[in-house]
Design a protein around this ligand. Sequence first.
Ligand SMILES: *Cc1c(COP(=O)(O)O)cnc(C)c1O
Length: 430
Amino acid sequence: MKYFSLNKRSPSVSYREAVIRGIAPDGGLYFPEDIPKFRKGFIEEIRELPPVEIGMEAMQPFVDGEIPPAVLEEILNKVLDFDFPLVALDKGISALELFHGPTMAFKDVGARFMALSLGYFSRNSDREVTVLVATSGDTGGAVAKGFLGVPGVNVVILYPDKKVSDIQERQLTTLGRNIKALRVKGTFDDCQRMVKKAFVDEALSESLQLTSANSINVARWLPQMLYYLLAYRQKPDSDRNLVFSVPSGNFGNICAGMMAQQMGLPVGHFIASTNVNDTVPRFMQTSQYEPHPSTATISNAMDVGDPSNFVRILELYGGDFSHLQQNLSSYAFTDPETRAAMTRLYQQYEYVADPHGAVGYLGLKKYMETHPETDGIFLETAHPVKFLDVVRSTLNIEIPLPRQIREVMNREKVSIPIQAYEELRDFLRS
Ligand SMILES: *Cc1c(COP(=O)(O)O)cnc(C)c1O
């Protein structure tokens, strides 16, 4: 499989190069040159197949020629080593829990897949790769854990001091080994700016092989399609329309589901559920794409004003807006609505949702007002414990800390304070 740049001014590259580069030289996102189709009979048999075999069918075409099947199988065994349960709440409403992995958010899947791909590509190289990533919260932990101990790869994570939760900070500062955390005096945007500056710093790229692990990397984006397949495998047999509601920020997760649909997964409709950062819901109403600066909300992993993966969704529909409208609805919800949904889920079903999952639930409910004959699945993208303050103040309950969180609670946080780009540069050189 070759990948082309959506800006169309850079040459097509292999999977390997797309992973290492992250973004094309012309600034475009990489996109596969063709969309493979599942083999005949695959969907009919899917209930009988083990997850890794499903992963092989879906991912093999995307890494073909670059990662041998036996290695891909090893990678998938590590990526899919936790459960993705589909929890039925009501008639036509289920939650797909994506938070049973090492850092308790769906980003574990993509981060691990990318880490193992990169580890494979640098296996015989004596030149180490440095992964540089800025995080506003969940990405840092997933990337840190995913890359921990991968030989030949060093990871440097920038996060805004005092602007991530205690648990999130612990997840990215307590691992040690090949993971280094820099706490930046400033905002997430400052972190992002420094990372971008490092990538265009020629003196730096002469001495270091730098790569990015943010969500536009194809190795993080594509494997997210796997849990849509695993959801389908668990859903009750029915003729009703299957609909996924995906709490969306940068729109990588939902775009992976749409890719699975085009490969042959029988999904009737997608719902992109957002908080008040509603660039895409507005686009779906007006067909005008007008990004706004982001607004802070309680579902902070979705505080994105200009979703970076949305261009991939447009590409999947070849720019045909009415075709896209038939397949995608998008709704935005406020923080009070989100808290009310968390309360309702708790009172009605004794289900503790995190604020992102609650937004997904709201989108599904809204769609079902006009489409009651639906088999709806909303994605529960993070464990509620990751948003403890919101859960406490909304539901007045305590949640027991899961093993993955207890593990990081009594380790020492280690990070280096920085303020200016020069400090980042010096750190990377040393
Ligand atoms: C990253 C994240 C999202 C948003 O996912 P996108 O792929 O950026 O749309 C939603 N929920 C949680 C908990 C996240 O960490």
